[in-house]
Every structure is written in C-alpha cells, then in structure tokens.
Write a protein that binds this ligand. Structure first.
Ligand code: NDP
Length: 275
C-alpha cells in the first residue's frame, strides 16, 4: 500500500500533538502515513513548503503559529474561510495545485455539537477577536445561530471582526453590556486561561446557565471553566476536543475519511493529566 507523507510546520513545534493524533486516525482508518514535525523558518518557510510538496508521496501539511498567514498566501487556491481569516492551518495537494483550508472553526463546531452545545437558533457570546476567534466565526455562522455577539478587551478589534464577518447576525458588544443580554453559549477565544485569568465580563452572564466553552486546554479545568462551573454552569468544557476536531477535519480533507475523535481525545486527556 502507498504511504502518504504529511507534516506539521510551526515554531515552536516540539510540543505538537498532531503526529500522534494523525497516527491514531490512520490506524483507525487503515491509511498508511508518515507525519513529521518540522520547525519552520520565518525567512524560508515557503521554500520549505515547496520542498516538502516536491515529494511525490506528499499529501498535505498542517500549519501552526506563526505561519498560518504565509501558508494561506502561498497556496494556489484558498477556501472562503481562509480568505476571511487570511490564515490557513491545512494545505492539501490536488491535481490542480495546493489548496489552503482552515479547519479550526469546523473542529470547534464539531466539538460543541458533540457536547450538546447547540448553535442553531441560539444566541452566542464570542469573547476575543484574535486569530482563533477569526477562524471560528464563519463555521459558527454556518450552523445558523440567531446572533453572535463579539466582545473583546480592545473594542476596535471586536469591531474589525464584525466587519470581516459582514453578516447581520454578528455585532460587537462592550464587556460591561454583556450583562444586558442573555446567551445560550459563551465561547472564550482569548488566551487568558493560559495565565490563569478570566475575561472581564460581568458574572451576571452566567445567571441563565449558558453552555460554556474555553478554547484553551490544560491538565485541569481552565480558569474560565472553573469560574463558569462555580457560578452554576455545569456544561462547561475546555478546547482539547477542538484540537482533535480540527485534526479530524484535516484528515477528512486529505483522505475523504472521517476518523473517530473519541479514543484520541481520551488518550490526550490521559496524557495531559499525567496518568
Ligand atoms: P491572539 O493572540 O491572536 O488573540 C488573543 C485574544 O485574547 C485577543 O482577543 C486579545 O485581546 C485577548 N487577550 C489577550 N490577553 C488578554 C488580556 N490580558 N486581557 C484581555 N484580553 C486578552 O491568539 P489566538 O486568537 O490565536 O488564540 C487564542 C487562544 O485560543 C490561545 O490561547 C490558544 O491556546 C487557543 N486556541 C486553541 C485552539 C484549540 O484547538 N483548542 C486552536 C486555536 C487557538 P486584544 O484584541 O485586546 O489584544
């Protein structure tokens, strides 16, 4: 059987779980792959990509920080969500050239739905307006929410994201005004949990027990998940499933096969908790 060549480019890259995740997907689906971690070089990243894709068995790559913008620009064609986000995390080799895709948003949505966090007809609060929020917005809109409010420390960045989304179901809201709305689902797309901090939104947003999702994942509940749970939101989870979900979407784009995220998620959770 053919062995397909895959890789993830980033810097830093040592900590990447992608090789492990994709090896498990490959075993599940009976595909033969090699999946390398490659440290990207800012000045020669596109040369590195070109060199990788010169291999006849090269099927695709994942791209992580800080190369997502360069990868999007280098590809021959871009999906609509890549155009919107100006960033790609997946490149696919096809007979008509290299296609750039972004699977973070779909990975997020699949994890939300798997955890009974419904989007269709619901009112969402998206906290943060960086790359992660930008990558999520079009996948969230595809699921037909009633409205998505975006709040952010820097209001101008939230407004910029509203402008990018260009959809009447998306608007910005100040952190303080969040108390005036009722949300069914709150998604934290900031990096605050990495420092053990939480966004500066009023506690009142948790009164109606919305579903709560934090894109950051850690060995224990993140600070945002802890806060939500302490205020009575029992359906509150971190972003490990989004990591697995985005990988599953990339795998699907390369091979047309849908792996099962559950055993991979269980393995990563066990590894994270050090048991
Ligand atoms: P960016 O640096 O692009 O954006 C950071 C966001 O967090 C901005 O909205 C920024 O607000 C806000 N922020 C940062 N520090 C503070 C602070 N001290 N107080 C208030 N707001 C703050 O990061 P990304 O969007 O790329 O990533 C965000 C997080 O999402 C990362 O921590 C990453 O771990 C996680 N992530 C998880 C994924 C997964 O698969 N689970 C995938 C992708 C990302 P401002 O505009 O005001 O600067």
């Amino acid at each position: 059987p053919v062995t397909f060549r895959l890789a993830v480019f980033g810097d830093p890259i040592e900590q990447s779980k992608s090789p492990q995740i994709h090896q498990m997907f490959a075993e599940q689906t009976g595909v033969q792959i090699t999946y390398q971690k490659i440290k990207g070089e800012v000045d020669s990243f596109t040369d590195q990509l070109a060199e990788f894709f010169r291999h006849e068995d090269a099927m695709g790559v994942n791209v992580t920080m800080p190369f997502k913008e360069q990868a999007a620009a280098w590809a021959d064609t871009r999906s609509i969500s890549v155009e919107q986000a100006s960033a790609a995390n997946t490149l696919i080799k096809t007979s008509s050239g290299i296609i750039a895709e972004t699977t973070d948003g779909k990975g997020l949505v699949s994890d939300l739905l798997r955890n009974n966090m419904h989007i269709n007809g619901k009112t969402l609060l998206l906290i943060g307006a960086g790359g992660a929020a930008r990558g999520a917005i079009s996948a969230l809109l595809d699921e037909n929410p009633k409205h998505i409010y975006i709040t952010n420390r820097s209001p101008a960045n939230a407004q910029r994201l509203v402008d990018i989304a260009n959809d009447k179901r998306v608007s910005s809201i100040s952190e303080g005004d969040c108390a005036k709305q009722t949300f069914d689902l709150i998604i934290n797309a900031t990096s605050l949990s990495l420092q053990g901090n939480v966004p500066n939104i009023p506690d009142a947003v948790f009164n109606t027990q919305p579903n709560v999702y934090d894109m950051v994942y850690q060995s224990e509940d993140t600070s945002f998940v802890r806060k939500a749970k302490s205020l009575g939101c029992n359906n509150a989870i971190d972003g490990l499933g989004m990591l697995v979900g985005q990988a599953a979407e990339s795998f699907y784009l390369w091979f047309g096969l849908r792996p099962n995220p559950e055993p991979v998620l269980a393995m990563l959770r066990k590894e994270l908790s050090g048991s």
